[in-house]
Design a binder for this molecule. Structure first.
Ligand SMILES: C[C@@H](SC(=N)N)c1ccc(Cl)cc1
Length: 406
């Protein structure tokens, strides 16, 4: 291939040349007609085109342009979506995730309140498995043991699990992370054994609270960020109906009005934000700072004592029942909406219906409240009772949470 054409081809391949390769006809007539064809490998990249002109005339690049060119030719970006199916009483939401080669589908609890991706595995004692689908790394051709790595986690409800670690492929819909730390359980507590539909958890909080030792591992979201269309994921949980976790895009049809963004304090590893106040149904707005986490892995809405007392004061017959460890009321009670502020202007309304969580016994006479105290935790927890009333954007790079009604 003539040198000129080689140079042209290399410039085009590098994105520093036009999208068109000249074709030189072979006729020996002293003239030539060059028919142009489009270069299928050319990605239009403005900064590169501008830099090419500057190079041509010896003009130094600005720092901005140098950085933009260094960003390189945009590669195809991906997105992914997983259905979040509620278990009874919306106690948790499970999403099908593919792990390994050939892909094994596991139903995992996507948990924005923790940062370990762990799964039931063939390394568990059979007595701790009760219908769950188990990951067997010896059956995955893409599994590679992370030698020497172990993990152990305990959750807020006292449940726990521990095990070792493999690096394998993990996919949510069309989004695949080829080198994801998959924490294989060697032991799980009775709560997980009893949860027959839940094959494990996929943590979506910040890497700082991943429990793998000696080297902490990245979450699926963190590993995916560099290939996502946009470095965000969204939670669209629903009341007694399937919702979605989306990665890499914001589905504008999934919410109403505008998305209001709040700054996130990730210093404890959580999606922590501060709501400046609340209202109970049509009652007056109360300025009360509620610092809490957006936590898909917690079922209920756990709030400061003052707020909880104010709420149940509006529910006839509601009382704290020690044997239940929380507020209960007659299942026939009409529950007021709980409205929490997102910044100074936006509001999320949790319908009273969501706050009638579940009957305390088979008689269905008394019911357990979806709002309970956050005593002893150190922060409030906006769990599924609150999250299913909103469309929530989790934006790691910008350290912000977006909230919209729906
Ligand atoms: C952060 C969540 S646990 C989770 N979402 N994986 C939590 C912490 C402490 C209490 Cl008391 C209850 C819940």
């Amino acid at each position: 291939m003539p040198a000129l054409l080689l140079l042209a081809a290399s410039l085009v391949a590098s994105g520093l040349a036009s999208a068109v390769l000249p074709r030189i006809d072979s006729a020996n007539t002293g003239t030539a007609s060059l028919k142009q064809v489009r270069n299928p490998h050319f990605f239009p990249h403005g900064p590169s085109a501008l830099a090419k002109v500057y190079h041509k005339y010896g003009v130094p690049l600005s720092d901005d342009l140098r950085l933009a060119v260094a960003g390189g030719i945009p590669h195809k970006r991906v997105t992914g979506s997983g259905v979040a199916s509620p278990q009874q009483y919306d106690v948790e939401y499970l999403t099908p995730i593919s792990v390994g080669t050939p892909p094994l589908v596991l139903n995992l609890n996507l948990d924005t309140g923790s940062s370990d991706l762990w799964v039931f595995s063939s390394e568990l004692p059979p007595s701790e498995i009760n219908g769950q689908t188990v990951y067997d790394p010896t059956k995955s051709t893409s599994a590679k043991k992370l030698e020497g790595a172990t993990w152990e986690i305990e959750y807020g409800d006292g449940s726990s699990s521990e095990g070792d670690v493999y690096i394998d492929s993990v996919a949510i819909g069309d989004l695949t992370v080829t080198a994801q730390a998959v924490q294989a359980a060697k032991n799980v507590s009775a709560e997980f054994t009893a949860d027959t539909h839940d094959d494990g958890l996929l943590g979506l909080a910040f890497n700082t609270i991943n429990t793998v030792q000696p080297t902490r591992q990245k979450t699926f979201y963190d590993n995916a960020q560099s290939i996502l269309d946009a470095p965000v994921f969204t939670a669209d949980l629903k009341d007694d109906a399937p919702g979605h976790y989306n990665f890499g895009y914001i589905d504008s049809s999934a919410y109403t009005g505008n998305i209001s963004y709040l700054p996130v304090d990730s210093s404890q590893g959580f999606w922590m934000f501060t709501s400046p106040g609340y209202a109970i149904s049509k009652g007056g707005y109360k300025i009360t700072e509620m610092k809490g986490i957006a936590d898909t892995g917690t079922t209920l809405l756990l709030l400061p004592t003052s707020v909880v007392l104010a709420y149940y004061k509006q529910v006839d017959g509601a009382r704290y029942e020690g044997t239940q460890g929380g507020y209960i009321f007659a299942c026939s009670a009409t529950l007021p909406d709980f409205v929490f502020a997102v910044g100074n202007n936006a509001r999320i309304t949790v319908p009273g219906k969501y706050i009638n969580y579940a009957p305390t016994d088979s008689s269905g006479t008394t019911c357990f409240g979806g709002i309970q105290k956050d005593i002893g935790i150190g922060f409030s927890i906006f769990g599924d009772v609150a999250l299913k009333a909103a469309f929530v954007v989790f934006d790691g790079p910008n350290q912000q949470l977006g909230w919209a009604a729906k």
